[in-house]
Design a protein around this ligand. Structure first.
Ligand SMILES: Cc1ncc(COP(=O)(O)O)c(C=O)c1O
Length: 392
């Protein structure tokens, strides 16, 4: 089917809640995607980090194909080896907790809210989040997200959430009440424009939560699974959360989300209190196990660190050339280039020249290539990015 016909089908039958570019993708591999007209694009924002280990990674494709011949779905009233093995893999790579599986980041966060509420019930039910955070699009996640633009038009918001400025100890302390049960944040705000948590702040929040018997929840939906150079973003900081949420890269392209809780609180969700029909299906778990295998066997964390430094150095060099670059920030392969002008012009130029990136908060170019990215691919991207910024 030609691209025009595909776009027409969307116009006629798909709800128009996304801002879509005129690009019909038919094939993808590694850092590259192909359009219906045969044009090849270098993808430095693969599926909003879903294809974090590159599109159609061989290990993931093989695992999904093999599993599809055995069993696609097993109801959560029964057992399947893969869900257990994946939970073990996540636990051993993080803080030895227990895992609830679902299908997306928002659902993982919903599970975290419910666990926190169950923990605080009946006296404490308020969750403090950060300004400019992003936690998903369900109503509760929208309420948790510290950005009014996502809430506007959907009021009234569910109760029990309030947000405070990020990295501001005093604001957090002031916002606490005897109803506060949890503090939730991303260790690097993605939608917020690649804003990194101060280590001093994270240690402070950790201690505050210990002292007041509150839960610390890290939304690692974007930072998790190696993106920042450690398996999970919090591991840079030498502290542990009580709850962590995952999605995106976890499934290597298959839909899966996870809420990971310390063992001592995980039991608060007893049978019947929470569920997800599709959660932890063998096919999604097979894909996620293959993602772990790829990260470990192909030494992807080392590549993230090495290529992350290389890319960051290149971006800093670009900043030296173009005064319209205000700041380069981020960690590993989660990088942001903040401009003093609007970002969409640079984004559009990159798209026209065959480079896919993202723009957050209107002025920050968000660059998150696949964890398999090569030096050569970075060089290609930098050539286009440099031209794009030169045109701004
Ligand atoms: C930090 C963070 N949390 C949660 C979500 C929501 O994930 P999903 O779209 O899978 O529901 C996102 C999505 O971009 C995210 O970046």
């Amino acid at each position: 089917m030609d691209a025009q016909k595909v776009m027409q089908l969307y116009d006629d039958y798909v709800v128009g809640n996304y801002l879509r570019r005129n690009l019909v993708i038919t094939k993808a591999k590694g850092s590259w995607v192909w359009a219906a007209d045969g044009k090849k694009y270098l993808d430095f924002f693969p599926g909003w980090a879903v294809s974090g280990i590159g599109h159609c990674h061989n290990r993931v494709v093989r695992a999904v194909q093999d599993q599809a011949k055995k069993v696609l779905h097993v109801s959560n009233n029964y057992y399947n080896e893969l869900q257990g093995r994946l939970a073990e893999r996540i636990a051993l790579n993080s803080f030895n907790g227990k895992v609830f599986f679902c299908n997306s980041g928002a659902e993982a966060n919903e599970a975290a809210f419910k666990l926190a509420r169950a923990f605080g019930n009946p006296k404490r039910n308020e969750i403090i989040t950060m300004k400019d955070s992003f936690h998903g699009r369900t109503l509760a996640c929208t309420a948790a997200t510290g950005q009014e633009k996502y809430q506007k038009g959907f009021e009234p918001m569910p109760e029990g959430f309030k947000s405070v400025p990020f990295n501001d100890k005093e604001a957090l302390q002031k916002a606490l009440t005897d109803k506060t049960i949890a503090v939730m944040m991303e260790v690097i705000q993605g939608e917020g424009g690649i804003r990194v948590a101060d280590s001093d702040y994270l240690r402070f929040v950790r201690q505050l939560c210990f002292d007041r018997d509150m839960l610390l929840i890290f939304d690692e939906v974007q930072t998790g699974m190696g993106r920042t150079g450690t398996m999970f973003g919090y591991q840079h900081y030498g502290i542990e959360p009580d709850i962590m949420t995952l999605a995106k890269t976890l499934g290597g392209g298959m839909p899966i989300g996870a809420m990971v809780a310390q063992k001592k609180i995980a039991g608060m969700l007893a049978p019947g209190m929470h569920a997800s029909t599709f959660g932890g299906s063998p096919i999604a778990c097979a894909a996620a196990l293959a993602v772990f295998e790829a990260i470990e066997k192909d030494r992807l964390l080392a590549n993230v660190v090495e290529m992350g430094h290389y890319l960051q150095d290149e971006l800093v060099r670009l900043k030296g050339r173009y005064p319209i670059i205000k700041q380069v920030r981020g960690m590993g392969l989660m990088l942001g280039v903040e401009l003093i002008v609007n970002g969409p012009k640079a984004y559009d130029y990159c798209l026209a020249k065959g480079l896919l990136i993202n723009c957050a908060q209107g002025t920050t170019l968000r660059i998150m290539p696949a964890m398999t990215v090569t030096r050569n691919e970075i060089d290609l991207a930098m050539t286009v990015l440099s031209e794009a910024i030169g045109k701004c």
